[in-house]
Design a binder for this molecule. Structure first.
Ligand SMILES: Nc1ncnc2c1ncn2[C@@H]1O[C@H](COP(=O)(O)OP(=O)(O)O)[C@@H](O)[C@H]1O
Ligand SMILES: CCCC(=O)OP(=O)(O)O
Length: 363
């Protein structure tokens, strides 16, 4: 059984062909940021991204004929519960328009999956898009009446990491409590209780730790002062593109920040250590939201390749629970696994309703 997975990112498109559970072909194509910027919004990039994928397949002599399902990283959707969703017209239209107001290339995932399914036959899905929202009610209110929290997280990688870790313990994800982090260009820190992400930071909303491209949480009064004389769109971009390492040092590359630190740049050293300190504080917060009943602290994402980062987090947090590192991500495998579970009949595909799973309290 062949499954084709596509994961469009800010500067890359990752593709993989999975046959009977094994990755038989994968490619990570980098895009020139200036080239992508020429297109009209995110969805305007669709023909270019598709052509890029087709060229890669052709070069490698890969045919998509006979593929049972196409799966894309989702995005642009209204808050929904975790799982594998069949792409229908409603889901597709919300991905195209970005119904949740977040602009991120993940929106192209469902669009590409659907285009391929139309062309080659087969079903199309998204699995655990960043819009998965499983917050407990206690995590919703803020100190401003009428302002509520909903979150976007790296749900795909967080849940797959947790599923795999639970398996390694001989348990099911639904029977465990974990604090799970994705530490990449953006950083998620999330509390998983019995298979649900009951709390976490909004990775596109200026919450949580700072990250290579994101400002994270900043004091409201200082932010208001900072906004004086600035365009709202430029300030908003700090939440997703121009905050964090980019704001301080003009790069989103952690390896460069580490290198500069090693060369004696005190600003780079302080920035790196402060980001890690902020991650540890949010891990503590998520552990408290689980009442200290934590079976493990799991770390995924590109920066987890850094032994220094993992060492600092262990030193600060291992009193809570054992810390396990899963450098990189399982996103392609997670998409294929979610799709496979539906194709095998182990799970039913969910239908996207477009009705947010949470839409305010009735008081
Ligand atoms: N060996 C490494 N040590 C520290 N950071 C790394 C290493 N390899 C990659 N990174 C950093 O990981 C970040 C990207 O993480 P990744 O999870 O790939 O991002 P995304 O979440 O955007 O897909 C970059 O800042 C990159 O410099
Ligand atoms: C819709 C948000 C998804 C996201 O932020 O992913 P990256 O950190 O991979 O850019």
């Amino acid at each position: 059984m062949k499954i084709f997975a596509v994961n469009p990112g800010s500067t890359s498109t990752k593709i993989a062909l999975i046959e009977d559970g094994n990755v038989v072909f994968s490619k990570n194509v980098s895009h020139d940021a200036e080239k992508l910027a020429q297109y009209d919004g995110i969805s305007g990039q669709l023909p270019y991204r598709k052509e890029t994928i087709m060229n890669q397949l052709q070069e490698s002599g890969i045919s998509l004929e006979g593929t049972a399902a196409f799966v894309g990283r989702g995005g642009g959707l209204l808050p929904l519960e975790g799982g594998t969703y069949e792409i229908d017209d409603l889901l597709l239209s919300h991905a195209v328009t970005g119904a949740n107001g977040v602009k991120h290339p993940a929106q192209l995932g469902p669009q590409l999956a659907r285009v391929f399914a139309k062309e080659y036959g087969g079903r199309s899905f998204v699995v655990n898009p960043p819009d998965v929202d499983e917050l407990q009610d206690l995590a919703r209110l803020t100190g401003i009446k009428g302002v509520y929290r909903n979150v976007h997280l790296h749900a795909l990688n967080l849940k797959e990491t947790a599923i795999r870790h639970a398996e390694s313990m001989g348990k099911k994800y639904e029977d465990c409590n974990f604090v799970v982090c994705h530490i990449g260009g953006g950083i998620s820190v999330s509390a998983h209780r019995n298979g649900k992400m009951i709390d976490g930071n909004d990775i596109v909303g200026g919450e949580g730790p700072m990250a290579p491209t994101r400002c994270g949480a900043v004091p409201v009064s200082a932010l208001l002062k900072y906004c004086e004389g600035k365009e709202l769109k430029d300030v908003k971009a700090l939440c997703t593109q121009s905050g964090g390492f980019v704001s301080h040092l003009g790069t989103s590359d952690a390896l460069e920040v580490i290198r500069r630190g090693k060369e004696g740049d005190r600003q780079a050293q302080m920035l790196w250590n402060t980001m890690i300190y902020q991650i540890t504080k949010y891990i503590g917060a998520m552990a408290a939201s689980l009442h200290g009943k934590v079976d493990g602290i799991l770390l995924g994402g590109g920066m987890v390749y850094s032994e220094d980062l993992v060492g600092q987090i262990k030193e600060a947090c291992e009193w809570i629970a054992p810390v396990s590192a899963y450098p990189g991500e399982f996103e392609m495998e997670a998409m294929a696994a979610g799709t496979q579970r539906v194709l095998n009949g182990e799970e039913e595909a969910k239908q996207y309703t477009g009705i947010p799973v949470w839409n305010g309290f009735d008081f």
